[in-house]
Design a protein around this ligand. Structure first.
Ligand code: ADP
Ligand code: TRP
Length: 325
């Protein structure tokens, strides 16, 4: 059984990426054959600067390793190193109704924000479907914001299989944690690289502290009791702490004489402790960029071999003379 997922290299990884997705990648790698990639083609629709894209792509690969993805267990690769995914996108485009893409929330949200859409943005869910279907993925661990993209992927796979009356594509299942809402950013919206409201996993300590201290709260004075369930500092603290620690923080809130600054400091220390080993590993990886490149080369070549076979099958089914490999 295969598990597959990806992250866009549009900025540094944040704790929403971790709890929503990457933590599950790491857990699953003992049970599933993991395929985890950096979705660099996907980033292009934002008009990202080439140097930034290159740097962020390598950084995310090295962050995957620092956080615990094991290249002996999982295939770690770069989306654009497997150009067959672009060909599959072209092929699947011919059975994908326009309406399916027009209804995508991510697209509609961008339009609502007056972002001038390019075709890459519009067809984003189609490229994502190709990422998933190309590797016969069974399970796709993602955050809740990706739910609709998985539904679109399933619709496309079913439509293709029905159109050509063959079970060419597996119908993938999403893995979205029931008990995890979308992690909120420092401004209370969904934490996202594109909103500038993140708490980065690997930010230097000073920057991390600034991000945590920047979480927006109400202005109830220090002496007065506060409601932990209405506070974003507490909701983030819960991700990092045991039940007992949460109860202690809860009674601090309710007891008064406990300010948001105290809670933020406690959160900052928790985040540092939680990722301490990963930070050390990241430093070691930074000292050995050759190793990161080797992991990428091996992973991308493995992924490409699978992709070449699959695309050849898809072309044949569609009536293209595809058997030249
Ligand atoms: P971003 O929105 O920061 O650009 P991505 O779109 O690259 O993040 O998301 C990578 C993975 O992390 C996806 O599976 C996504 O669902 C998950 N993810 C992103 N932001 C959050 C969040 N705030 N809470 C939970 N999961 C998230
Ligand atoms: N669209 C995902 C996001 O914005 C990233 C992604 C691209 C992805 N291709 C994928 C996730 C395939 C899972 C499977 O977060």
């Amino acid at each position: 059984m295969r598990s597959l997922s990806g992250v866009k290299p549009t900025g540094s990884l944040h704790i929403g990426n971790y709890f929503g997705a990457i933590k599950q990648f790491i857990k699953l790698q003992n049970k599933y054959e993991g395929f985890y990639f950096v979705a660099d083609y996907h980033s292009l629709n934002t008009g990202i600067e080439p140097k930034t894209l290159q740097k962020a792509s390598l950084e995310i690969i090295s962050n995957y390793l620092a956080l615990g993805l094991d290249p002996d267990k999982s295939t770690i690769f770069l989306q654009s190193q497997v150009p067959e995914v672009a060909e599959l996108t072209l092929l699947l485009g011919n059975i994908t109704p326009m309406g399916l893409l027009q209804r995508a929330h991510s697209y509609k949200d961008k339009i609502a924000k007056d972002i001038q859409p390019n075709h890459g943005l519009f067809s984003y869910p189609l490229l994502m479907a190709s990422d998933i279907l190309l590797y016969d993925s069974d399970l796709v661990p993602v955050g809740r914001d990706q739910k609709q993209h998985l539904e679109i992927t399933r619709d496309i796979a079913i439509k293709f299989n029905n159109t050509y009356n063959q079970k060419v594509f597996k119908i993938p299942e999403p893995l979205i944690l029931d008990n995890l809402a979308v992690v909120k950013g420092t401004d209370g919206r969904k934490m996202s690289k594109s909103y500038g409201n993140v708490i980065e996993i690997f930010a230097p300590k000073k920057k991390l502290k600034k991000q945590v201290m920047g979480i927006i709260t109400d202005s109830i004075p220090l002496e007065q009791p506060k409601d932990p369930d209405k506070c974003n500092v507490f909701s983030i603290y819960k991700l990092f702490s045991s039940k007992e620690e949460q109860e202690k923080m809860r009674s601090n809130y309710l007891g008064g004489n406990y300010g948001y600054g105290h809670a933020k400091l406690a959160l900052y220390n928790k985040i540092l402790a939680y990722f301490e080993r990963c930070r050390i590993k990241k430093q070691k990886l930074e000292a050995n960029p050759q190793y990161v490149k080797e992991v990428l080369e091996i992973g991308s070549s493995k992924a490409r071999n699978i992709a070449i076979k699959k695309i050849s099958k898809v072309k044949k089914v569609m009536g293209l003379i595809g058997n030249i490999y």
